[in-house]
Design a protein around this ligand. Structure first.
Ligand SMILES: Nc1ncnc2c1ncn2[C@@H]1O[C@H](COP(=O)(O)OP(=O)(O)OP(=O)(O)O)[C@@H](O)[C@H]1O
Ligand SMILES: [Mg+2]
Length: 382
């Protein structure tokens, strides 16, 4: 079988994609703000906020690289320095990273902030460049009452040369900053990334899939299925993880194409959202409807028509000695399952019937779980 993951490295979390579909507007806004200010020789600072997997880090990395290549500030090149502050939540540890970034080093003990800043300044002097300092996950640093953000935002005044800042946090951190630093982050210095919706994730996934996977190994339906199942959180990282682990599963099973079942399995292993409790609360009828649906989805289908699902239910019901069900009752049960988050009802196009999907976990797993809970036929008296 030909491999599926032909450029696996492009799905690595550290990979910075050449373009960011769905964030073109935000990218242009940021790029223009920095480019015009820096072009005039003025540093510029921004705070970028957004939820998990909304593309904050990717946006900052892309921007840093593009500014480095394209922009000169008063004859100086732009030199981006990226620090993730999550585990280095003190001014000193962040500054140690910045020192390394300008080619100087200090032992990490025994120096105070002001001595370290002197050494930082020497490093900058030795090779004058405009620094674009990206402080990712800056929340913890800010809540500890950082002085570094203030010093970097007023670099010129405090004799540190030419520095622009890009701060990244899930939420607004400005209320935690001192008034002087806050004043550097007015309204035109903020950018919020809204969560990705399903159509945005679909575009993003198909662009990334084209880069990473062999053409023909994924269908538009499979991409849409992942997008839909990740849209709740709007998290591109989760969506890409599902894509990558589904591709791995298909490849190691020796198949040449990713199937709907691979996606359900991948999603189930990454975020087991379906708890056994949900099933425990269901009526016997609902369990049978779910079992019918699981069986009709086994294999590579992403969804089935309500009619198919109802026929599958009829077979299961007969096996288990349960009564047939009217269309109306069947539909009501489906809607209950939808409310519990176990079934997705996909709106019908004109003249067609609605389709049912179940994106939570592999149909085969669901079948087992449901069967465990249904009494075996014959044990049911009356
Ligand atoms: N618009 C996009 N186009 C292509 N890939 C994207 C896009 N947005 C995000 N990604 C990818 O999704 C993953 C998550 O994005 P990123 O790490 O930037 O999120 P984040 O907002 O920094 O999340 P966190 O708050 O968890 O750090 C990365 O692999 C990134 O390359
Ligand atoms: Mg990030």
């Amino acid at each position: 079988m030909p491999p599926i993951l032909v450029h696996e490295e492009t799905l690595d979390p550290g990979y910075v994609p050449p373009s960011l579909p769905g964030r073109e507007r935000e990218y242009r806004t940021l790029e223009e703000r920095y480019r015009t200010r820096l072009g005039r020789g003025v540093p510029y600072h921004t705070l970028v906020t957004g939820g998990v997997g909304s593309g904050k880090t990717a946006l900052a990395r892309r921007l840093s690289e593009d500014l480095r290549q394209r922009v000169k500030i008063g004859g100086l090149a732009v030199h981006p320095l990226y620090v993730n502050c999550w585990r280095r939540a003190s001014d000193r540890t962040v500054l140690l990273d910045l020192l390394r970034g300008v080619g100087v080093s200090l032992p990490d003990r025994g120096y105070g902030l002001s001595e370290m800043l002197d050494v930082f300044e020497q490093g900058i002097r030795r090779d004058p460049r405009h620094l674009l300092v990206v402080l990712d996950e800056v929340g913890a640093l800010v809540r500890q009452g950082t002085k570094l953000v203030y010093l970097l935002s007023r670099a010129r005044e405090v004799g540190l040369g030419s520095i622009s800042l890009l701060l990244i946090a899930p939420q607004d951190v400005l209320p935690f900053l001192d008034a002087a630093s806050r004043s550097s982050f007015g309204v035109t210095h903020r950018l919020h990334l809204a969560p990705y919706d399903a159509p945005a994730l679909e575009v993003l996934l198909s662009v990334r899939a084209k880069q990473a996977l062999r053409p023909g190994s994924f269908s538009p339906e499979v991409i849409a299925q992942i997008a839909k199942s990740a849209a709740g959180a709007g998290d591109a990282r989760f969506a890409l993880e599902v894509l990558s682990s589904a591709a791995q599963a298909a490849e190691s099973a020796g198949r040449d194409e990713i199937t709907a079942e691979d996606i359900r399995a991948a999603k189930g292993s990454i975020a087991p959202t379906l708890t056994e409790e949900k099933l425990t609360g269901l009526s016997a009828t609902a369990l049978l409807v779910l079992l019918g649906l699981a069986r009709s989805l086994k294999g590579s289908r992403t969804n089935v028509t309500t009619e198919k699902a109802r026929q599958a239910y009829a077979v299961v019901a007969e096996e288990h000695g349960a009564k047939p069900m009217s269309r109306v009752t069947f539909w009501r049960t489906v809607k209950e399952l939808e409310r519990d988050g176990l079934v997705d009802v996909e709106a019908a196009a004109a003249g067609q019937s609605a389709r049912l999907a179940m994106n939570e976990l592999p149909a085969s797993t669901l079948e087992l779980l449901v069967e465990e809970r249904i009494q075996p036929p014959g044990s049911r008296k009356r």
